[in-house]
Design a protein around this ligand. Structure first.
Ligand code: ADP
Length: 613
């Protein structure tokens, strides 16, 4: 197992932390200097005051020393408090930008990467470590504060105590002085301090490691427990849990899981108590005893002043504490570097999908062509689309039909570049779609996917996908999809908040209503290409037939693609594409396809017709 932090990675972490909140590390260093200086002012000045008293100095001198001590302590404290406040703000900026960096990475990723469960796992792992143990960059920031403070404490205590060992030793004196004040005792004390520090640091590192490994289990346990309990609160599952009386079982399970976490906490504390506190304390006490003797008799022998005794003792105890803390925080930095690596692995996932620079010509509609397109999903062997060739002419309305799983949605995913074809190419207005700028290309699409999402904000904001909106345009889009009647029943009109996640007066909408809102959102975007994937699946038969009757008026001159399991909807399209097992098996107008009695369309039509007579 590695003992030291990966220095290169650690510096990368600091660089990143600093880029999220400029100068934060510099201020941390200055604050560490002031914080560690603070106790040494009193330690040093107390010795001076005692010495002045013993030397019989006049009260003015003693008074001046006391005043200086207070003034220096006050000055350093004020600087520290001011720096604390600055750091608090800087830390908030850092936290904010840090979490933003993770959120903003997601839209930047290739869609295939987002769908890949490995990416999810990576992100979950980072979140787990950060939420439960405060791991990663956040912990590196905190451990660094502690590390720097210990480092400067060490430096100040060495500066104050070095004279205890190097000042000349008395050549004569009483037996007790000879026995206690000689270089050998000095060396023994240094060796004992060294042993104590090494022992303590090793054990402290062991304990930190043990705690970290135990907390890794804790991460999983807590995640599991909150996952379980969240089901009780979550709208979608709350109903089933109630009906099937699962609350008690879930709470019991969550309780057992929490019990495991208490055990881990207990184990960690016991481990550090056994391994560290008792034996370490014995060595420390013996060393301290020797230091007292060495310093006290040294002062009596005239090596240094009486006042220096307290100075040496206090500085030495700070010294060993600082070394131990350096080792512990060093281990924390090493551990958190590993977690920070997970973060870097995530934010550095490359985007494989190449995108060009070309802009899409501003026109009302466009032409698409699939040329020998075949496709299999990443990490799978089966071709979902097989050698498709088809041209969708400008402004035409195309319906794609076929059995479940024949590849209709996949075709749409390729069209809007969520994936690139495995073989072949797709052209927009005669140019390979990879040559267009990706975000510019996506602007050309208004799509309603099967599993669209609406959000717990106002109806208008859901439609404009923005904080602001054009009221008349929102109303017109809602009217086009047949939502006007329902809108009239809403007290707050288009400002009505959907769902009750954040708003008590939020409105719960039905699946059919949600689908209409999703369609209105697509219309509001006003893109030249419209794609509806099963747009009416949740609509009642009347709403559905109304939408289809108005479909041509809704999409106007735009190029439009509809995927629908309801074949009667295809009657309104200019052309129909019939797919089967990833292949185009038929294409043409409704009449033409229906007249082919042996064709797939005829078969599908007749199968559905039985249920709609
Ligand atoms: P349709 O829209 O016609 O119902 P899809 O295009 O959704 O069909 O799916 C076509 C095939 O691709 C199905 O066999 C489905 O299981 C598979 N598929 C869909 N999405 C993925 C994915 N992300 N990874 C692997 N296979 C997928």
């Amino acid at each position: 197992m590695k003992k030291l932090p990966d220095i290169k990675l650690l510096f990368k972490c600091y660089k990143t932390i600093n880029s999220f909140s400029p100068n934060i590390i510099l201020i941390q260093i200055i604050k560490a200097v002031t914080d560690s200086l603070f106790p040494f002012i009193t330690i040093y000045m107390s010795a001076e005051i005692v010495d002045s008293l013993i030397a019989g100095s006049d009260y003015k001198r003693v008074f001046a020393y006391a005043l200086l001590t207070v003034a220096l302590s006050f000055g350093v404290k004020i600087i520290s408090v001011v720096l604390s406040r600055i750091l608090n703000i800087k830390y908030l900026v850092f936290s904010n930008n840090y979490s933003k960096s993770k959120s903003l990475k997601i839209p930047d990723l290739d869609y295939s990467t987002i769908e890949d469960s490995e990416t999810r796992q990576k992100l979950n792992k980072i979140e787990q470590y950060e939420n439960m143990n405060g791991g990663g960059l956040t912990s590196i920031y905190h451990s660094t504060s502690s590390f720097l403070r210990s480092f400067f404490t060490l430096a100040f205590s060495v500066a104050l105590t070095i004279s205890l060992f190097v000042l000349p030793y008395p050549s004569e004196g009483s037996l007790i002085t000879k026995l206690t004040v000689n270089p050998i005792v000095g060396i023994i004390i240094l060796v004992l301090i060294f042993v104590y520090v090494i022992f303590n640091s090793k054990v402290a590192v062991k304990c930190t490691r043990y705690a970290n490994s135990e907390y890794s289990k804790f991460t999983f346990i807590n995640d599991l427990s909150s996952e379980l309990t969240s089901h009780i609160y979550y709208n979608k599952t709350a109903m089933d849990i109630r009906i099937y009386g699962q609350t008690e079982a879930i709470m019991q399970h969550a309780h057992e899981v929490m019990q495991m976490s208490y055990d881990i906490n207990g184990n960690t504390n016991m481990y550090s108590l056994k391994k560290m506190h008792i034996p370490g304390e014995l060595i420390r006490l013996f060393t301290q005893f020797l230091i007292y003797i060495f310093a006290a008799f040294g002062a009596l022998a005239g090596r240094f002043s009486i006042g220096s005794i307290t100075k040496y003792i206090a500085a030495l105890s700070n010294f060993s504490g600082a070394i131990k803390q350096i080792m512990v925080t060093g281990e924390q930095l090493r551990y958190n570097c590993e977690i920070a690596k997970l973060y870097f692995d995530f934010v550095e996932i490359p985007s494989e999908m190449k995108s060009g620079e070309k802009k899409i010509a501003p026109q009302e509609s466009h032409e698409f062509e699939f040329r020998n397109v075949s496709f299999k999903y990443p990490n799978t062997d089966i071709y979902v689309l097989k050698n498709l060739s088809y041209k969708i002419k400008q402004g035409k309305k195309l319906a794609i039909v076929g059995m479940n799983g024949c590849g209709k949605t996949t075709l749409v995913k390729l069209l809007c570049r969520l994936y690139d074809p495995t073989e072949g190419e797709i052209l927009l207005d005669g140019i390979n779609i990879k040559e267009y700028g990706y975000s510019d290309y996506l602007k050309a699409f208004s799509i309603v996917f099967q599993d669209y999402s609406l959000f717990a904000m106002s109806l208008a904001q859901n439609i404009s996908c923005d904080e602001t909106y054009e009221k008349q345009k929102v109303l017109a889009c809602l009217d086009e999809v047949g939502f006007s009647e329902r809108l009239a029943s809403l007290e707050n009109g288009i400002d009505t908040v959907l769902y009750r996640d954040f708003e008590r007066n939020g409105v719960m909408i039905s699946g059919g209503e949600a689908q209409k809102i999703a369609m209105a959102r697509a219309l509001y975007k006003d893109a030249p290409i419209v794609i509806f994937d099963e747009p009416t699946a949740a609509l009642d038969p009347i709403s559905e037939s109304e939408i289809y009757k108005r479909l041509n008026a809704i999409v106007k001159e735009r190029t439009a693609i509809f995927i629908s399991h309801r074949l009667s909807s295809c009657v309104f399209s200019d052309e129909i594409l019939v797919m089967d097992s990833g292949e185009i098996v038929q294409s043409g107008s409704h009449e033409k396809l229906l007249s082919d009695a042996g064709g797939k369309y005829h078969e599908l039509w007749n199968a559905q017709a039985q249920f709609y007579v």
